[in-house]
Design a protein around this ligand. Sequence first.
Ligand SMILES: [Zn+2]
Length: 365
Amino acid sequence: MSSPSPRVARQAPVASRDTPVAQLRLLKIDLHTHILPERWPDLAKKYGYGSWVQLSHQGCPPGQADMMQGGKFFRRIDCNCWSPDARLKDCNATTVDVQVLSTVPVMFSYWAKPEDTLDLSRYLNDHIAQCVAEDPKRFVGLGTLPMQAPELAAQELRRCVQELGLAGVQIGSHVNAWNLDAPELDVFWKAAEELQAAIFIHPWNDATETPDRMKPYWGAWLVGMPCETTLAICSVTMGGVLDRFPRLKLCFAHGGGAFLATLGRIDHGFNVRPDLCATRTKHPPSHYLNKIHIDSLVHDLDTLKFSIAKIGADRIMLGSDYPFPLGEHHPGKMVEESDLDDKVKDAILYKNAVKFLNLDATNYQ
Ligand SMILES: [Zn+2]
């Protein structure tokens, strides 16, 4: 497949005689992209029940397909959602060197029988691993897990990291009725910490549980998702997850949702109502800012600068939500064209991701 195009938005650093060549190339790593296989088995037929997601190519223009959930239209997608070649064409046009691949959150299927979600997760994880194997310089993979069965999730996480060579997994901001501090999930967090797996936490909503008030004006996405992510961060902080597992590597999507903007209120609430908020940890959520990461997907430079001031440039990684319309259409452009310091740009565009994903940067040169 095609090779990466050089970065054009910034000047490469000047080489000194002693600088190893491998250190000269700037990278751009997009931590937040979604991919699906082009086809997969009829899951309702295979498992015998349920509103599974299928991809229907029937009746669509060439290069497009419809995601159907339980037979109902969910979303039309383009071939860059499944075709590595189409993705790389876009990457080359936008100077993205590496895409981190994860499934589309509607595929989490936490509502189903654990053994069936495990079976589907394995299928999707094998597909992502295959995409990475076919182009290991351009793709890094994150798996998906049957989080409703934490023992099985831990087992599949081990397979993802140790057998498939994935960098970690993407999980939901909640698991059905559980927030991320549910004691049942500790077995998963323990495995994630042991493996030093990258955990990308992405909001999702169950359409059947979305209140009607949240439906107009794309409310479930524009309002519900940032709220979901905020609750997820409150759960891992106030719920003591980061006390029990302090070496976890967590990244929250969409700039951490509304968390940073409401952190003053949340901390204040923690302090004035310890009976409600300080039941599982002694520390307010701001205490854990140096233990979590967020992606850069906030669509506004002032908000990004505010996020940098709050959480630090070493905690933010480029994420575009490719290939979906709510994402940053030219990944990294806002950072590249900003007046941010070059060191800050490098940290956000690739250096933090190299560390977070346990990558050897020389493999992507
Ligand atoms: Zn996303």
